[in-house]
Design a protein around this ligand. Sequence first.
Ligand code: ADP
Ligand code: MG
Length: 250
Amino acid sequence: MDTTPFLRMSGVRKRYGGVTALAGADFAADAGTVHAVLGPNGSGKSTLLKVLTGVVAPDAGEVLLDGRPLRPRGPRDTLAAGVSAVYQELSLIDDFTVLDNLVLGVEPARFGLRDLRAARSRALPWLERFAPAFGGRVPAGERTGGLDPGERQVVEICKALVRDPRVLVLDEATASLRRGQVEVLFEVLAELREQGVLILFITHRLAEILALCDRATVMRNGADTATVTVGEVPERELVELMSGAAAPAS
Ligand code: ADP
Ligand code: MG
């Protein structure tokens, strides 16, 4: 049996000046799963996933994706490797239409106008899929700045999906969503998991972990302290792991 995980990060370290964001974190996750990354604010969740996506260059450590070392010089390299992310920081340009925001990064200078058209025709079905999250409409031609915060966040998510990821990182992406929007998102994520996509899901909401996640890794002070199978630990223990109230059972 092949037990090599699809994604493995080992010994990842990162300091920002005097602040240690990652102190030797290890992380592994399988394709076709939704893997939660939990832990209090400042525990290093976002930095860990930014090392994966190439936004942050680690001081030490290694990332293996599908058995190959990933040494990105930036997010462009990881996009090419099939890693796509929604960050906590917003990335949309208000004055662009929704559709143009979705194809940002697919630059005409590098890829040609034909690729831009192809990107637009790949993007539109995602907006159609998420129509229930936009009150039933498809806001392709609308000015992005005119959308409400939940709708803008759905556009951020569509933007990551248009890249057709093998690994999709969602960093607290549900925080500004309404319940109906989360429902559509979870349907889509379940479909992607079925297709073998690895979804890395940062959240502070227990209900979302229980509804969606297969495994969960808990971060504390820049390191992983536990990885559990969600269905195998009592809810109470999950809550304690999330809040830092309990040391993980070994
Ligand atoms: P989390 O996502 O779990 O809240 P982060 O990875 O954002 O944690 O942050 C981990 C630590 O690194 C925190 O102490 C945070 O203040 C610090 N940190 C994160 N990004 C930066 C940055 N760009 N510059 C300086 N410190 C940072
Ligand atoms: Mg964070």
